[in-house]
Design a protein around this ligand. Structure first.
Ligand code: NAI
Length: 318
């Protein structure tokens, strides 16, 4: 059997840990020896009101089994105060789980500026502020682990969630850039798109499905990614109900055209099948995986693109 992955001596901040997924992470880290800052503003699903009760209850649960935890009631928008709580209580900060979140679902036609701005403030600015405050500690100690929380809605889009999905995909690119900038300092950053039973999903799923989607089924991957022995960084995972998978980008082989005055919209239309064909795809992983200048050199030697009467698309001259 593999040795238990432990977190003794490590300090973890879990944002939005007063319920749902965050509570499950906080308990799992504490069970494996970590010092945990249980952050929660105690708001409603839509982000209204505030209460210290949610965070206090989870701290009590952790203390009841002999774990180490303190509460913090700041909004993630005041990330520096949350990190300050960690450093004051435990003398260090090692792991950040950016988990706090709210929903303001509305069709795009009905979405207000406030629905948009609040979602960006909590998910994107909140993750930024907490991570920004921890970053200098991570750099100095040459160790840091960050988990950001995306969503399937962010990857694929979802009706009524233009604000939420935009915020969630922003966290994927945030994660990837932090992984690049943190690599030389042993700072790893990964992002998850979980699916789990919580107050966020309890109204949209039947009870037997919710039973299969326990938040406790998400924690193991989060803990694995945060362990000091884990090398994975910059990656996106979709998981829930015991399923765990990594996602990556796929790019069609694409079409190469002579890049001159004969490259017209009609030329693109005529080769649309080639542009969108995913047989023999590439799996680009960084900005430089597409060398446009090399492709341009290759394209220069192609014959001019067909024009006028030679070019037919859907039976029409284009
Ligand atoms: P939840 O509503 O049970 O927990 C979110 C917690 O964040 C709440 O306790 C809330 O008080 C807290 N919070 C909200 N705004 C805050 C702020 N400004 N500062 C500090 N705390 C704040 O929701 P759940 O399901 O546990 O979600 C956790 C994360 O996972 C969220 O980021 C959510 O978007 C994401 N997620 C959840 C999915 C699911 O299936 N449950 C699916 C995809 C993503």
């Amino acid at each position: 059997m593999a040795a238990e992955l432990r977190f003794d001596g490590r300090t973890v901040v879990v944002t939005g840990a007063g319920g749902g997924l965050g509570r499950a992470y906080a308990i799992a880290f504490a069970q494996r020896g970590a010092n945990v800052v249980v952050n929660d503003l105690g708001v409603s699903r839509a982000g209204d009101g505030t209460s210290s009760a949610a965070a206090d209850k989870v701290v009590e649960e952790i203390k009841n089994f002999g774990g180490k935890a303190v509460a913090n009631y700041n909004s993630v928008e005041d990330g520096d105060k949350i990190v300050e709580t960690a450093v004051k209580a435990f003398g260090r900060i090692d792991i950040i789980i950016n988990n706090a979140g709210i929903l303001r679902d509305r069709s795009f036609a009905r979405m207000t500026d406030q629905d948009w701005d609040l979602l960006m403030a909590v998910h994107v600015r909140g993750s930024y502020k907490v991570t920004k405050a921890a970053w200098p500690f991570f750099k100095k100690q040459k160790f840091g682990r960050i988990i950001n929380t995306a969503s399937a809605a962010g990857i694929y889009g979802n009706y009524g969630q233009a604000n939420y999905s935009a915020a969630k995909l922003a966290l994927v690119s945030f994660t990837r850039t932090l992984a690049i900038e943190g690599a030389s300092s042993n700072i790893h950053s990964n992002v998850i798109a979980p699916i789990a039973a919580s107050r966020m999903t309890e109204t949209v799923m039947p009870p037997d499905v919710l039973e299969a989607l326990k938040p406790e089924f998400i924690s193991p991957l989060v803990l694995y990614l945060c362990h000091e022995s884990t090398q994975e960084s910059g990656s996106l995972f979709e998981l829930g109900a015991g399923f765990v998978a990594k996602l990556r980008w796929e790019r069609s082989k694409g079409a190469v055209f002579k890049a001159d005055e004969t490259l017209t919209p009609g030329v693109i239309a005529a080769k649309w099948e080639e542009v969108t064909n995913f047989q023999n795809p590439d799996y680009p992983n960084k900005t430089t995986d597409l060398n446009l200048l090399e492709l341009y050199e290759q394209a220069k030697n192609l014959p001019s693109n067909p024009k006028g009467d030679d070019l037919k698309f859907d039976g029409k001259v284009v």
